[in-house]
Each structure stands twice: as C-alpha cells, then as structure tokens.
Design a protein around this ligand. Structure first.
Ligand code: NAG
Ligand code: NAG
Ligand code: NAG
Ligand code: NAG
Ligand code: NAG
Ligand code: NAG
Ligand code: NAG
Length: 784
C-alpha cells in the first residue's frame, strides 16, 4: 500500500516535471517585442489573437503564424500576411521595425512574408547572428541587398522573392558557405552573376527568374548539390550553362540562350523538369531526353532545334507533358507520345510528317536549319495583336463627357414618339416583393450594402414610368445624350433635384419579368464608390401579353469629365497631379476588383477604356461602362452554350482567369495613358511604348522621367514612378498568365502612392487645387 503510494508520488513528480519543462516560459521582454511587432505591422488579421496574456511559446502554430521557443527565447518567428490587404501606414519605418525584430537575438528562422513591409532593407538585420532561414518575400523592399548579410555565416536559406531589390547580385554572396537556397525571383536585379556563386557548394536551389540579368551564367559545375535552377525571363546567354548532373528542375525559358545543348544534358538522370522554351537554341535536339528516367515535363518550344524524330523512340513512363512546337524538327512523332493518353504532346510549327497539328513544308526546316547553322538569325516574333480597342468616343463628349455606358454609335433621334403610352403600361414594382428573398439571404450582398451606406447614394429602388417621364421632360430631345445598339441614354432630373442617367433598353418580345429578375438582382448590386452606380430600374410592359417591352436602368450622374480629359489637358488645359493620377488608378483598380469579386457572379471582360472612367467633383474615379449581363444576353452574347467555340473547352475557372486578365490588359492601357499624359492612338503605338517603357525601367531615373508627361515629370518620386511603370509594363504583357492579378496591382499602386512623399512639390501646389495648369510649368517646384 505504502509502496504503491510511493510509486504514484514519484510518477506524479515526473509528470509535473515534464509539464513544467514542456510549457516554456518566455522572457517577458521577448513577449513585449512580439506585441511591438504586432503594432508596427498595424495589427494584421493573422496576429489578431496576440495579446499580453497569450502564452506565445505554447500557442498553436498554423500556416500563417508560428512562434517557436527554446530555453525561454524565441528561435522561430513566422508571419505570413495576406497580399492585397491595406498597406502599412505612411509612417511605417522599416528601420524601427528591424530594430524591434533584432530584439529577438536567438532567432534562427525568420519569415515575414506578404506583410507590405516597405523601404530599403536595413543592414542591421544581420545582428540576428544565429539566423539560418530568412524569408522576406512578397514585400516592397527596394534598393540593394545589404552587404551586412554577408556576416550571417549560418544562413542556409535566403528568400527575397517578389520585392523590388535593384542592382547586382553582390559578389559577397559566395561567402555564405552553408547557403543552400537562394531565391530572388521577381525583383529588379540586373547585371551579370558573380563568379563567386560557384563557391556555394551546398546550394540546392538557385532561383533568379523574372529579373533583368544578362550575360553568361558562371560555371556552376562545381555545385554538385544543385537541384533547382530557375533563370526564366532574363537575358542570359548565349551559352548553355555549365552544370552538375544532379539537376531535378532546369528552367531557362525566355532568355537569350542560343548555342546547342551539350551532350551532358542527357546524363541528368534525376531531371524531372526541363524548360528551354522561348530562346534561340540551335542544333540538334537530343531525342533521348524523352527517355530520361525521371523526366515528367519537357518544353523546348519556340527555338530552332533541328533533328529527326523516330516513331520507335521510347519515352519515360513518367513523362506527362512535351512541347516541341515551333522548331525545325523533321521525321515522325514518337508513338509513345501519341498513343498514351496520360501524355500530352504539342508539336505544331515543325516539319513533321505527323499530320494532325499544323506543320510547315519540309523545305523550310531544311533551309532554316542550314541557315541557323551558319548564321544564327534573331527571329523577331510578333505575336498577333491583341485587339486593342481605344476608340475615341468623339461625338457625344462635349463638356459633359458622360459618354460612358458603352455606346459607340451616337446619333440624335426624335425620341418623343418612341414611347407609345397608349399601348403600354408600367407596373411599378413593390420593392419588398420585387426582390427575391434569396437576395436578402446573400450575406455578401448584405455586407456590401452596409458598406454602401457610406456611399452617399440613395437605396436601390424601382422607378415608375411617370417618374422617369417627368425627370426627362417626356424623354425630350433636350434630355437625350446618345444612343447605341441597345437603346438610348437620357439625362434626367428627379423630383429631389438630383441628376441621373437613364438607359432605355428595348427588349425582344416574349420576355416576361421573371426572365430579367436575376439580371436586375445583379445590377442592383453594382454599387460601389468606384463605379457609376445603379440607382434603380423600371419596367415597361406590352398591354396585350404583359411581356416586357423596355427596361429602364437608372444610374448616378457623374458630371466632372473623363479621366482622359483630366490627363491630356482637355479640361481647359488643366491636368491632374501625380498623386491624383495614382489615386485615380487605384480607384479604377478597386472598381475592377469589385466587378470581379465583389458580386456573384463576377462581371468580367468589361472592355474598359479611359474615356469610360469619369471623375466626380472630388476627382474620385468611377467606371461608367461595364459588361452588363442584361445587355450581353439581349444581344445573344452570354449564356450557356452561346459562348464561343474556343472558350468552350476551357474550364470555368480558367475562363474567368483569362477574362480577368483581359481587364488587366485594358487597365494597363489606362495606366499607360496616365503615365504619358496623352491619348494613345493605335495598337502598334502601344507595343512600341511598352517596349520603351520596359527599357527605361532598367535604365536610370532620367530615362524614366523622360518617358512621362512633362506636367508631372518633376514631382513624381523616384520609387513611385518606377513602381507605376513596372506595373504598367506587366499589365500589358502579351501572355495573359504573366499579367499581375488585380490584387497585386492594387498593392503596387498603393505602394506607389505611399512612396510619393507628400511633402514634395506635388502637394505644395495641390493643397488648394488638385490640378497643374500646363501653361504655367514654372509653378512646379523642383526638389532634388
Ligand atoms: C487575450 O486573448 C484571449 C483569446 O485569444 C482572450 O481569451 C483573453 O481575454 C485576451 N486577454 C486580454 C487581456 O485581452
Ligand atoms: C493562426 O494563429 C494565429 C495565432 O496564433 C491566429 O491569430 C490566426 O487567426 C490563425 N490563422 C489561421 C488561418 O488559423
Ligand atoms: C502612425 O500613425 C498612427 C496614427 O495615424 C499612430 O497611431 C501610430 O502610432 C503611428 N505609428 C508610428 C510607428 O509612429
Ligand atoms: C517564403 O515563404 C512563403 C510563404 O510561406 C513560401 O511560399 C516560400 O516558398 C518561401 N520562400 C523560400 C525561399 O523559402
Ligand atoms: C543596374 O541597376 C542599377 C540601379 O537600378 C543601375 O544604377 C545600374 O546602372 C544598372 N546596371 C546595369 C549594368 O544595367
Ligand atoms: C513564348 O513566346 C511566345 C510569343 O512571344 C508566347 O506566345 C509564349 O507564351 C511564350 N512561351 C512562354 C512559355 O513564355
Ligand atoms: C528506329 O527506327 C530507325 C529507322 O526507322 C532505325 O534506324 C533505328 O535503329 C530504330 N531504333 C530502335 C531503337 O529500334
């Protein structure tokens, strides 16, 4: 009995000791440091549960927040924010932030991703001398990578992707002896790579994609552990890099590599992914790459590879995707690629004898093969022009510039007789019964309407025909503003004195109200600070069969002119300042974001034009023309089965993604005009300008300034201008997938606004007036 008691007492002690040592108590100063970090980061939602009573060391880790401790000190801090949430405030100081972080001296792992950190990365971060993993991707860190990092002798992984670091990869990088991951994708780094990279014997991952590097890649054959090399989208070349044979993923696409593939490539026995596309490689394509034991992805598209393929060539069992398109290959496609449904093979644009994908005459491949052997010619590929609709809506404009509302053709009509009151009546709907209850149960909608309370717009409602007639003086010609394929636009004045814009849409017969209700429901949600918002609607019916004869859509009236007129000086020579241009761009981007994601289903492919962006009295930008589903359907353009053949086989999400990027391109055109301060005239113009803009980004500040509107040239800050140009160039990329998401755009624009120092010349002259009078350029104060 006593024995048993003694045993259980010992057991209890053991358990207690275990419990105590398990719940490590943090030094209080480190807890305070974490709370200070939370404050400096402006209380991001991922840290919402942090407060002074939380036990940091024993809090549950998750994908966005992890704190790990060892002997009362924090050794790992991992915070991942949401890209696209509001930026850190203007008074954020990266210097004080880093000063705070280095108050956790035992940190070995530090991840600060997508937190909107901005500024030059202070070298004092190297005071965290135990650091092994540093990941500060997806922020707005700029200037050079600080030299002080070279003292972090234990650094194993350095991730600075998706920032704005500039300059070259420093030579000291070679002194980080244990570095195994170096990831600098999507920055603005330039120059050629330092030879010291070849000292990094432990390097496994080297990712430098999407920068402005050029020249030959240094000899990396001594990096025997290198598994991932990603150099996509730079200007490396022309020689194929010298590499070890342990590579698992090798991506060299979109560079300037030209010389033939060395034979060693066929000895990369671990290689899974090989992407050589979009270079100008010449010489024979080694067929045996298809049978490398591990290969799953092989892309050599858009090169000048030659050689003959054989039907009896064998393929790796794991091979899933092969793209041989646009080369100079002859012979027959290997049967192993064509007969296995798990393998996808593309090979158009060669001279193969296999018939079903477009091939060129064999003489072309032979001749070109000869030509490239002797005189490698730079083939300039001009992709088919994206249809760029920059239609100048001249007609209506005048002072009001209320054009918007997608009508291109404009002509005056005698409208008085178009409404024959005798045969039709209008049933004023009761708002409470007119809306399906579904609408009210849609939480997203409700939260949106609550926000809209602050919009200063009256509630969405139905209008009676009488009310609309009164507002337009019986649809008098004096109220008429324009007409398009779908109907007419009138300006009206309601009883309360407010102006509205009314669109009258004539409906085909046999449309009952129920057919429209889901469209109306959608239109009723199109209310946002950056949209010319819908105020209501009314129906007009045929008397005989009660089908709808017309729909009236009532919108806000925005009287202050188009964004174009405010940029190109069409407003009595007045042009808005740089900060207001950025603000306008942010407004348009927010409007697009709302159209895509603020309502369900989203509204895409809006054919946005700068002339459809109107400014209100406070210069708030509003999109006046969007892809109203009702119009599209009446024209037979949307709806299931009516979509074009090409998009039919795309999955819905892929299609949405594509449509989203169409709007992003149009947004790029608007940005371009904002930067240049003049109207764009043709698609060709855009290509050339995009090239020039891109080139000036990598050159100096003076080159960039020489591109922009003289009216803002001297007031835009260095970083702000660079950011605006960069985002503009990316929006205009030919390949939709390469264009940024709207969230990404917004973030960058907000950054550009933030780094436009408000105390520079811009605001001094904008305090009273937001515009710069172009005929008085001496008003601008130049500050260096
Ligand atoms: C701290 O947060 C926890 C939940 O995360 C909460 O229960 C507690 O009341 C909070 N303490 C203070 C002081 O706010
Ligand atoms: C992760 O944990 C933090 C606190 O530790 C909490 O604030 C946050 O909401 C959590 N995030 C998710 C996605 O669970
Ligand atoms: C930044 O400004 C806000 C108020 O605008 C203030 O609450 C905050 O403490 C300031 N932060 C810093 C680091 O000065
Ligand atoms: C940095 O962290 C992000 C988010 O956790 C992750 O996706 C990315 O792969 C990391 N980068 C590196 C180089 O480890
Ligand atoms: C690289 O970029 C820096 C800063 O953007 C610039 O000063 C330098 O001239 C560029 N170097 C080259 C080789 O283009
Ligand atoms: C290669 O370039 C062509 C045309 O320039 C483009 O259509 C294609 O998407 C590019 N491929 C890749 C992988 O970037
Ligand atoms: C494949 O066929 C070609 C001729 O069609 C022949 O020369 C070659 O030896 C064959 N290769 C194999 C592996 O059977």
């Amino acid at each position: 009995m006593a024995k048993a008691f003694r045993y259980s007492a010992i057991l209890l002690c053991v358990v207690l000791v275990l419990l105590i040592s398990g719940s490590e108590q943090l030094q209080s100063s480190q807890g305070e440091t974490l709370l200070r970090i939370q404050r400096l980061l402006n209380y991001p939602s991922s840290l919402s549960s942090w407060n002074s009573s939380i036990d940091f060391c024993n809090s549950e880790p998750n994908a966005s927040v992890t704190v790990a401790c060892y002997e009362k000190s924090i050794t790992q801090l991992h915070i991942v924010g949401n890209k696209g949430t509001p930026l850190l405030p203007r008074n954020f100081s990266i210097d004080s932030f880093v000063t705070t972080v280095v108050g956790l001296p035992s940190l070995k792992v530090l991840t600060l991703v997508s937190l909107g950190l901005w500024g030059p990365l202070p070298g004092k971060i190297a005071r965290l001398s135990s650091l092994e993993i540093l990941n500060m991707s997806s922020n707005f860190l700029y200037d050079a990578i600080p030299q002080e990092l070279s003292s972090l002798s234990g650094l194993q992984s350095l991730g600075l992707d998706d920032n704005m670091f500039a300059g070259e990869v420093p030579n000291w990088i070679g002194s980080l002896q244990v570095l195994s991951v170096l990831s600098l994708r999507k920055n603005m780094l330039n120059g050629s790579l330092p030879d010291s990279l070849s000292n990094l014997e432990n390097l496994r991952v080297l990712a430098l994609a999407h920068n402005y590097f050029k020249g030959e890649v240094p000899d990396l054959s001594s990096l025997t552990n290198l598994q991932v090399l990603d150099l996509e989208d730079n200007a490396f070349g022309p020689q194929f890099p010298q590499l070890g044979n342990k590579l698992v993923s090798l991506v060299l696409s979109r560079n300037k590599f030209r010389d033939g593939l060395p034979a060693e490539v066929t000895s990369y026995y671990q290689l899974q992914r090989l992407d050589l596309s979009n270079n100008t490689f010449v010489g024979p394509f080694p067929q045996s790459l298809l049978s490398l034991p591990s290969v799953t992805y092989l892309n050599i598209a858009d090169n000048k590879f030659t050689g003959m393929l054989f039907e009896n060539q064998s393929c790796s069992a794991d091979l899933e995707f092969v793209d041989l398109s646009s080369n100079l290959m002859t012979g027959h496609m290997p049967n192993c690629l064509l007969q296995d449904s798990k393998k996808k093979a593309l090979y158009a644009g060669n001279c193969l004898a296999t018939g079903d994908q477009d091939q060129r005459p064999i003489s072309i491949c032979r001749n070109e093969a000869l030509a490239v052997g002797i005189l490698p010619q730079q083939k300039k590929r001009k992709p088919s022009k994206a249809i760029i609709a920059i239609s100048v809506i001249g007609g209506i404009v005048g002072g009001i510039a209320l054009v918007g509302l997608i009508f291109l053709a404009v002509r005056k009509v005698k409208s008085g007789k178009t409404i024959r009151k005798s045969t039709i009546r209008l049933i004023a709907e009761n708002a409470s019964t007119g809306y399906p209850t579904k609408l009210l149960s849609d939480a997203r909608y409700i939260s949106q309407t609550m926000k809209l309370g602050a919009l200063g717009l009256p509630a969405y409602r139905t209008f009676s025909l009488e009310e609309l007639e009164e507002a337009t003086n019986n649809f008098d010609t004096s109220a008429f503003m324009g007409e398009g394929s779908q109907g007419q636009i009138y300006r009206g004045r309601l009883k309360d004195g407010s102006f509205v814009v009314i669109r009258c849409l004539k409906m085909k017969r046999s449309h009952g109200t129920h057919n429209f209700m889901h469209h109306i429901e959608l239109i009723s949600k199109l209310r946002h600070r950056h949209l010319v918002s819908a105020l209501g609607h009314g129906f007009e019916y045929y008397l005989d069969d009660s089908s709808v004869s017309r729909i009236f859509l009532v919108f806000e009236y925005v009287p202050n002119g188009t964004l174009r007129s405010w940029i190109s000086g069409g407003h009595a020579g007045q042009k808005i300042h740089w900060t207001h241009r950025i603000a306008a761009a942010i407004g348009v981007a927010k409007g697009i974001q709302f159209l895509h994601t603020g309502i369900v289903p989203g509204v895409y492919s809006n054919n946005l034009k700068i002339t459809d962006v109107l400014l209100d009295q406070n210069l708030v930008a509003k999109i006046s023309s969007y892809n109203l589903p009702l119009l599209a359907e009446n024209r037979g353009m949307v709806g299931h089965g009516a979509s074009s053949g090409a998009s039919k086989d795309l999955s819905l999400s892929a299609r949405i993604n594509q449509d989203e990027k169409v709007d992003v391109y149009d947004f790029g055109l608007i940005l371009l005009e904002i930067l240049l301060g003049r109207s764009l005239t043709s698609g060709n113009d855009v290509d050339v300008l995009q090239d020039q803009l891109q080139a000036s980004i990598t050159r100096d500040d003076a080159a960039r300034r020489s591109m922009v509107d003289p009216a803002v040239r001297r007031v835009c800050s260095y970083q702000s201008l660079k950011t605006m140009m960069e985002i503009c160039v990316r929006c205009l990329l030919k390949n939709p997938a390469d264009r940024p998401s709207i969230e990404d755009i917004l973030w960058n624009l907000q950054f550009a606004a933030q780094v436009q120092d408000p105390w520079r010349g811009d605001s001094q002259s904008s305090e009273g007036s937001p515009v710069a009078a172009t005929h008085q350029p001496q008003l601008h104060i130049t500050i260096h």
